[in-house]
Design a protein around this ligand. Sequence first.
Ligand code: AMP
Length: 590
Amino acid sequence: MLPWMTYDGMYDAALNQPEQFWLEAAQRITWKQAPVAACQTRDDGWYDWFPDATLNTCYNAVDRHVEDGRGGQAALIWHSCATKEWQTVTYGDLRRRVAGFAGGLQALGVGKGDRVLIAMPTMVETAIAMLACARIGAVHVVVFAGYAGPELARRIDDVGPKVIIIASCSFQGQTAIPLLPALNEALAKAAHRPRACIIAQRDACPAALMPVRDYDFHVMEHAAPVEPVMLRSDDPLYILHTSGTTGNAKGIVRDNGGHAVALALSMELIYGCKPGDTFFTTSDLGWVVGHSYGVYAPLISGCTSVIVEGGASASAIRMLCHDHAVKCLFTTPTQMRLMRQESRHLSAAILPALARIFVAGEYADPTLLDWARAYFRKPVVNHWWQTETGWSITAHFFGLPECEPTSLMNDIGRPAPGFRPAIVSSHPDEPCGEIVLSLPLPPGCLAGVWKDRAIHAPTAYLDDTGKFYRTFDEGMIDATRAVHMLGRSDDVIKVAGRRISGVQIEKIIAAHPAVYACAVVAIPDALRGQRPVAYVVMNSDEDHKPSAEELIAGVNAVLGRWVGLKEVRFVRHLPITVSGKITRKRLLVS
Ligand code: AMP
């Protein structure tokens, strides 16, 4: 039971008495050596959370639940949308498999601080590999399973892994794609040589193992099990490369202690979950949401985590929610658009156990959220995230008794505890500008950036004063502390000196029932500096398809003609990143 009745009570407690707030939050974690201090400035100017404390994240995510009698409860429920396979792994099974695999890693010489690169789609084995690293203090680096050789080689040289763990194949739709050719190409290109490769064989496409170099994942699980190693709170748990939507891909380093505390608190405070509840994220485990809410947060909190391989259809999501009594569903706007498209042929969902749905990752237009509310008949809320922060910067707080103002539901919510946003605008009377966060950031956020084989203070994210973390997102903050998001700084369009966010225009166009998705970008304009161009994808089965003039008139009616939208380009698809986000920059070169 959380001690606060209202959002302001909770937020102000973290603001005014941060040491006390975070030391109390830390009681959700089983420590070997409990923390006596919350935050400490490091020699390099960045911050460590719970500096004197020791723990093991894997112990908190797995062993302690078995010791508490949850050994028979499902820890992971995995479904492959490609092969239609299922697997349920109880906490007891998970401990056995993780401890065995960790023993196998140790036998290969992997120890504390060694990096282990994991190139796997969302599989039970991916989670086992991550947790096994955490168990022995190795630092996991999960990369997208679909990277081609050169991209994989770059990651290998960046982190210098002692061991690489890879699946024999991943899937594109129903088609199996062997992964070893990319691995072989990457190893031929990379300067770094790993000591061994571990292959998780899949029935659809087993790989021929290379003698001496390769080991079988499922054989290694039977190695002599090892106990969790005690680590300092500030020892690194993992490195995760940013998607590149926030500049060049950077290796974000996450610690053990701050991460565990922030995630455990968020499960109660934001998602309203308690041990035994079922949490379902549609995110690939290779992205930050998959790390945080596919693996660590639900497991640290003793929940059951539902994970899926491949793009789940609306009917698959419904079935999974229904069959596993999912309480919270966490998905993306892109996934939701796909569900909306497919749901035209389905009746409204009846899912009694489902309490609420969360979206994050990119702009979600209100029309889409309204559709989801009508379809699922549940609260649907948006919250704001970055790979760097590891959990949501702003959110809605379902663990608090205070009822959320409905006016906020379409927005990204109010700051989570410890996040202190401010706006940096070019004119003092301008309410919009770049959103920056006062330092220190709360626990769970980046502990540094990985570069040249070491952890560095993330100076590239600091403003000129060195006191603020730059999010590179634009927005405004209102009197209720709610943050309103306008998009990435480089997506803001300046028309004759006035700022308009592409998102504001997209919101209006997306409200047309025939529009499936749209993206607005700026192009140079000789007279006004910049002007917007809209790229629009139509629903395939809609009768009334609007003309460009009709969509432009809709925008002018709401925002005014000054916006200068003159061009609508109808396209069949929008370019998206491998994590499913629209890449507006690529539209500019197309
Ligand atoms: P990534 O680190 O790749 O997950 O990207 C983080 C970026 O995604 C943020 O800086 C935002 O630009 C965007 N983003 C995340 N969540 C939201 C949201 N709820 N609404 C709008 N944009 C979002």
